[in-house]
Ligand binder design. Structure first.
Ligand SMILES: C[S@@+](CC[C@H](N)C(=O)[O-])C[C@H]1O[C@@H](n2cnc3c(N)ncnc32)[C@H](O)[C@@H]1O
Length: 206
């Protein structure tokens, strides 16, 4: 019988966070477990009183499942047809959750226009090998950011996963390029990168 040890004891367990903090203190880099990312999303939702989550890249729906009680409305976008169908079935009984199929760079403008009020964006659509999809580019992050930062609504928070990839290769911009875009479009917002997550929010309340 296959037991997903890493998933149970690291990715989805508070033990994973303790191990991550310990290893980082010891100078032994480790990727943050998914449960830490879930906590960060919930913390920002609390801090900014945001009740709507928009996620790009659903995968198996771990972030949706972990935050489904935190938000009044969740919209998640997945490009791969099989992953989309499975996630749609998984969350079918929740009226406040929509799983949308498509390339987030194409679908996001419509989604953004349809959700009133401030949103927390969890941007995580990218090719990551295995069963994951690849659109025209490995990551549509710059197009996603343009759409979000042009939105008239104030009070949004943007969290971007996998900050370590933002080095200007494989369609990823550098963090400095993301910073430049934020400065140009939304000088009222600022950016910090911590625990592999780029965090963009109103200045003075990060
Ligand atoms: C790292 S996984 C997402 C994990 C998920 N957000 C979570 O936190 O549990 C990335 C997902 O993005 C999807 N993807 C890749 N390119 C995409 C695109 N252009 N639009 C939408 N989804 C995309 C992949 O198929 C994959 O399922």
């Amino acid at each position: 019988m296959y037991i997903p040890v890493r998933r149970i004891f690291i990715e989805q367990s508070p033990l994973g966070i303790a191990l991550y903090r310990l290893k980082m203190r010891m100078g032994l880099p480790m990727l943050p477990p998914h449960i830490l990312k879930q906590r960060v999303v919930k913390e920002y939702a609390n801090r900014f009183s945001i009740r709507t989550l928009v996620e790009t890249g659903t995968y198996t729906g771990d972030m949706v499942a972990a935050t489904r009680r935190k938000f009044d409305r969740i919209v998640s976008i997945e490009l791969d047809e099989t992953l989309w169908r499975k996630a749609k079935e998984k969350f079918a009984r929740y009226e406040h959750i929509s799983i949308i199929r498509g390339d987030s760079s194409e679908v996001l403008p419509g989604v953004v226009a349809s959700v009133p009020g401030p949103c927390l964006f969890w941007l995580d659509a990218h090719y990551s090998g295995g069963i994951t999809a690849r659109g025209d580019v490995e990551t549509p992050i710059m197009k996603e950011l343009q759409v979000i930062l042009d939105r008239a609504t104030r009070g949004d928070v943007v969290l971007i996963d996998d900050a370590r990839h933002f080095v200007g290769k494989n369609d990823y911009p550098t963090i400095a390029q993301v910073q430049d875009l934020v400065t140009k479009k939304r000088p009222d917002m600022s950016l910090v990168s911590k625990d592999d997550i780029i965090r963009i929010s109103s200045t003075g309340n990060r």
